[in-house]
Structures are given as C-alpha cells and as structure tokens.
Ligand binder design. Structure first.
Ligand SMILES: Nc1ncnc2c1ncn2[C@@H]1O[C@H](COP(=O)(O)OP(=O)(O)O)[C@@H](O)[C@H]1O
Ligand SMILES: CC(=O)N[C@@H](CCC(=O)OP(=O)(O)O)C(=O)O
Length: 292
C-alpha cells in the first residue's frame, strides 16, 4: 500500500486521545491579519476550523485585520500610528476600522468556512451586547477595553452547530459609541467569559522568542512579565502575551501563541503530541504531551 496512506491512518489513530479530550471543549481562535495570508491559507485555516467542529469541538473565531485596515486608511489619506501594539483611533479611523473588520474581513472568513462545508455566522462585539467596552487609555482615543461580556449568543450558536466569527468592534456603555478593540484583547475577553479550554493566538511568527531569537515552547506568567520588562517582547506581541496572561488568570486552561501561516497549525496544536508555538499557563509547566 502507498506509504502516505499508512502514515495518514497512523496519524488519525494517534489523534484519538486528543479527539476524546477535546470533545465538547471550547476553543477560541484569534486569527490575526498577518496570519491570514492568501486565499489558499485562508481556505486551509477554514478547513481546520470546520474539522474541529466536526469532531465535537466548539470553536469561536475572533479575527484581526490590521494590515487590511492600514490599506484602506492609506487609500483614504488617513495617517495611523500605534502605541504599544494598539492603534491610536480617532473618529474617522474608528469608522474605517468597523467598515473593514465587519464588512470585509469578517465576511471573508465566514465565506471561507462555508466553502469548506461548515456553518458560520459573523457578528461583532455590538451584536447582542456581546462585548461592552470603556475607553482603554485617553491617549488611544476610541480604543476599547472590554468590561462586560454577554456570551450567551455564542453558546446558542454552539448549540445550533454554528461557528461564530467575531469582529473586534464593540459598543460602549453609551450605545452610540463605537470602540476599536485589539483582536487579541477581544479574543482573550471572550475566552475568559466562556472559560474556554484553549485560546489559540495565531500570528506570523512561530511563537514567543527569547533574546537569542529562539522560540520558547512553554512559558509561565512570571517569565512573560520579565520578557516584557526587559524589552525581549515588544510591539504587537505585547497585547498578545498580556491577553494570554489575563486569559489563564481568568479561568482559561491554557493560551498558545503559534504561527498561523504554518499549514494545519490549529490541528497540530490540538490533536498531536507535537504541539506548536509557545504555550502559557498559570500552573507550573508540564512535560509534553502538553494537553493534560
Ligand atoms: N519576543 C518576541 N517574539 C516573537 N515576536 C515578537 C517578539 N517581540 C515582538 N514581536 C513581534 O510581534 C509580531 C506579532 O504581533 P502582530 O504583528 O501584532 O501580529 P498579528 O497581526 O498576528 O496580531 C511579530 O511579527 C514580531 O515582529
Ligand atoms: C486597537 C487596535 O489596535 N485594533 C486593531 C484591530 C484589528 C487587529 O487587532 O488586527 P490584527 O490582529 O491583524 O493585528 C487595529 O486597529 O488594527
């Protein structure tokens, strides 16, 4: 018999304990704009999500879209700057952010999931008051920090076999306000509110790198804090690791930062001994297999 088929059957067989462990689990996946890549990468990502759902996992996709927002802002002649990985967001910018995230990126992901045979519904933090925010920092303008989460709508979608795809835009305490929420922050808040089993933060690097540029596969909160303090972790990685820390300190079993450009990144992390990227959990690190 063709050796590839034998390898495929072996891989499926080895996945059994992981499939059993994750049946019924909630996995929040943050799909960053830099991880999205081309149509092929998008289709592969969607296929992984549909497979997760097929084997009884309840996935929630929370997406970013920073590069797509940058493109439209540039075409409109609106300058944009970041402070500690978050976009300084004025009134004009927040309109563009909402348009790009809810109108373009969200629907592209929903379509990709449906193309792979899954059922997906797109929503933003505004829908059913999923995520209510206050201003994060006066220097950032309309950037929101989630303070109230209403995740029942996500549970209703799980029960119906539908994959929720969430754009990180939210209302404020005053319903007329719109806030731009960093995608990582939104994913963390949703994962914590759902007490998710896993938060997967997909990005464009293989994981969190140390001073020598090597990926660290397991990190404790203390190690992460030290790496932020000494500048080893910078830019967009700051909100990512802070999100991971907050999530594990608020009831999420573990958060993983991994390379979304790697084929089948989510499946590799969830359903194999190998794992992927950097895993952050509050309890002391264990030896692999990593999913105990
Ligand atoms: N210690 C670190 N390890 C890995 N990446 C880091 C580190 N410090 C800063 N970064 C940067 O963080 C980036 C990921 O954040 P970001 O660009 O916001 O991703 P995304 O768009 O996927 O959310 C990486 O591309 C890398 O340039
Ligand atoms: C406040 C803030 O920074 N919001 C982000 C929202 C999109 C995002 O998070 O996109 P990525 O995941 O692709 O970086 C922004 O405006 O770019």
């Amino acid at each position: 018999m063709n050796r590839d088929w034998i390898a495929t059957a072996k891989t499926l067989s080895e996945a059994l304990p992981y499939l059993q462990r994750y049946a019924g689990a909630i996995v929040v996946v943050k799909f960053g704009g830099n991880a999205m890549g081309d149509e092929k990468a998008m289709a592969e990502f969607a296929r992984d999500i549909v497979l997760m759902r097929q084997v009884g996992v309840n996935p929630v996709v929370v997406h970013g879209g920073g590069p797509m927002i940058n493109d439209l802002l540039k075409r409109l002649g609106i300058k944009s700057e970041f402070l500690n990985g978050k976009r300084i967001t004025d009134k004009a910018t927040v309109e563009v952010v909402e348009m790009v995230l809810t109108g373009l990126v969200n629907k592209r992901i929903v379509q990709a999931i449906m193309d792979e045979g899954g059922r997906a519904v797109g929503l933003s933090g505004k829908d059913d008051d999923l995520m209510v925010c206050v201003a994060d920092d006066p220097d950032l303008g309309f950037v929101g920090r989630p303070v109230e989460m209403n995740v029942q709508v996500l549970r209703d979608l799980f029960a119906a076999g539908i994959i929720p795809v969430v754009a990180p835009v939210a209302t404020g305490m005053n319903a007329n306000e719109t806030y731009n929420v960093n995608g990582d922050t939104a994913a963390g808040a949703i994962a914590a509110a759902l007490k998710a089993d896993r938060l997967l933060l997909l990005t464009d690097v293989p994981g969190v790198k140390n001073k020598d540029g090597e990926v660290v596969t397991q990190l404790s909160p203390e190690e992460v804090r030290a790496m932020i303090a000494d500048g080893t972790i910078s830019g967009g990685m700051i909100p990512k690791v802070e999100t991971a820390l907050q999530a594990v300190e608020n009831g999420v079993r573990a958060a993983v930062i991994l390379d979304g450009r790697q084929p089948n990144a989510c499946l590799l992390e969830l359903f194999t001994d190998h794992g992927a990227g950097s895993i952050i959990r509050s309890s002391p690190p264990r030896v692999r297999p990593r999913d105990q």
